[in-house]
Design a protein around this ligand. Structure first.
Ligand SMILES: [Cu+2]
Length: 145
């Protein structure tokens, strides 16, 4: 499995050149691909093409102070793609149910922690944060074939 953050895979960009992108958390460039504010995903580390290659891993890091989730929209998955969600749920329904019944005991991405997923099927993946979906905390990952 390729555990590189896709940022690290974009050879044309130097770590120094990217450092300015990381206004949140003060993390060294390359430690994560998508940060989080209090109410949004911050894909500041995306390469300009806005896409990753099959087999690459995206690392989300909660660089904000509130608790979030990374939960895939099941109905929007590319054909044949595996479902993914922080907490390891196998369906969107299970992730939502656990959040509402267990209050994020499972599946939460707490402040300062990470979640990662390796994408094995090309296509466009839409995902959201369960507690902040209503306020627009959603994101997209594009995987090139
Ligand atoms: Cu959130």
């Amino acid at each position: 499995m390729n555990r590189r953050a896709f940022l690290a895979a974009t050879g044309g960009l130097s770590a120094a050149g990217l450092a300015g992108c990381f206004g949140v958390g003060g993390e060294p460039a390359g430690e994560y691909d998508v940060g989080m504010s209090s109410d949004a995903f911050l894909p500041e580390a995306y390469p300009q093409e806005g896409a990753i290659e099959v087999g690459e891993t995206v690392i989300w890091k909660n660089t904000g102070s509130r608790t979030h989730t990374v939960t895939a929209y099941e109905g929007a998955l590319p054909e044949g793609a595996a479902y993914f969600a922080a907490g390891g749920f196998d369906s969107e329904e299970a992730a939502r149910e656990a959040w509402s019944s267990m209050g994020g005991e499972r599946g939460a991405v707490e402040s300062g922690t990470t979640y990662e997923h390796t994408f094995e099927v090309p296509g466009e993946y839409r995902y959201f944060c369960i507690p902040h979906e209503r306020t627009g905390m959603v994101g997209t990952i594009t995987v090139r074939g």
